[in-house]
Design a protein. Sequence first.
Length: 202
Amino acid sequence: MGRTPAGQTREKVFRFVRDRLAGGHPPTFREVMEAFDFRSLQTVREHIDGLIEEGRLEKDPGLARGLRLPGRRGEAPTVLVPLLGRVPAGPLDAAIEDPEGHLPVQTRRTAADLFSLRVKGDSMKDAGILDGDFIVVRRQPRVEDGTIVVALVGDEATIKRLRLRRGRVELHPENDAYEPIVPEPGTVRVIGKVVEVRRKLE
């Protein structure tokens, strides 16, 4: 049986990568190699490099799962942001990282600048952030007054609106059923700013 022409193989590689990206699971080069029974990673690199040169794929350097689909002309490309687990929207709770996959996000930032979390609780409902929503967070330790943030108080995490009151940080809910969190000075660490909210309807 003759060999599949290189162009056809490259097209199959592209479809495989595209489908994995659409499902939120960017493949590594080794996973591509195993899926196509290639004999070496160099073969994968040649196909991926070719697809990048054709403008059909992009890659964040230094990331094992850094492949992404380019945006349409004038649009930001689609980046797969790691979904790291849940964040409490209510009382403070332990910050436990539990990776669940990736979330596709259109942005001109790299995946290393962003992460996503699933919201647990309803303390931010009046800001339009509901239990079960996904949030996209931009990593940054300093934010302006009034910013919705993911913050750590000791080893416990929360999503709240940050307020600066008389030189100290307060974490305010957007639900009258909850009280603001007023931590001791020096115990709050802002992880990042919430920049996007996603919701599944079913």
